[in-house]
Design a protein. Sequence first.
Length: 396
Amino acid sequence: MKLAMIGFGQAGGKVVDKFVEYDRERNAGIVRAAVAVNSAKADLLGLKNIPKDQRVLIGQSRVKGHGVGADNELGAEIAEEDIDEVQGAIDSIPVHEVDAFLVVSGLGGGTGSGGAPVLAKHLKRIYTEPVYGLGILPGSDEGGIYTLNAARSFQTFVREVDNLLVFDNDAWRKTGESVQGGYDEINEEIVNRFGVLFGAGEVQDGQEVAESVVDSSEIINTLAGGGVSTVGYASEGVEPRKNKGGGGLLSRLTGGDEPDDNLDTAHTTNRITSLVRKAALGRLTLPCEIEGAERALLVLAGPPEHLNRKGIERGRKWIEEQTGSMEVRGGDYPIPGAGKVASVILLSGVTNVPRIKELQQVAIEAQDNIEEIRQESDSNLENLINDDEDELESLF
């Protein structure tokens, strides 16, 4: 699936930057264009892979490049005011070559949580391509203002996009792990999971053709109908077979030119069905009960000789049983020479999500002390501008 990715705010910019690196290293063909938008100069300077002319600084007249200090109302106002500057960067994107837009943002801060829904609404008004969101929920230990921002931003973001894919930091931070080390690892997890999902069907010249193709239309159909989505992932190391003449569809159906006792059909099928269960019942990007998911998509990725149609079909039927949905699609993503087989499951339209219910409750309770929270945010912004002025000027 070819995407135009826009990272809004610090977390969103870092994730998109990592996606560009992932795409380049694997020649995956996912990221057709990448843009980073922020109100803080330092965050834009810290990016490594997004081209400098595709980094957009907004709100200069209001916050002078210092960020919005976790004030997502200010973040939304700045996004509205400077939407033409963001559109200027988007105008350089070859939209006719992309299947969808993906707006990526952390939902706990100020710039991204406020601005990402504004941008999504703008894109949907102008373009016919689907506009998806990838929202990253803050950890519960990050403070009340971040939880409140997430609760408010989530409600707006899910309304403005065609589907909101969610990653919950709370489910992924390890006890005792440093903040920076934790977020670096989380970004890796995000990119690996969504990279396999969006990479399926993007076949390069000379690359293996899937036995059961998963292309962009399958992903779009799974995400159709809106709502919230989560992704499951499981992998297992394998020994890739040395080149014996390609191992394409015909060789998989006939067994190839040479027998291979280590890759019998039963073993391969059992491995696939086991990975499907682990992906669905293990750590999802947004933990939830999978029963009741409206739609699902299963992708099996790995060396072609370790994939087979029977295993994928068995896994697909198991997901149907667990979710109760009749809209479950499935297919393979051959990666010759890969050292592992991975199962990725996209569950769309999930409803039984404890973390979202918790956020909604926080939003209700926060109304009682909203003025105190706003004063804290204003104080944070003022201190940020005063403390960082000299440091930011030295960077330029």
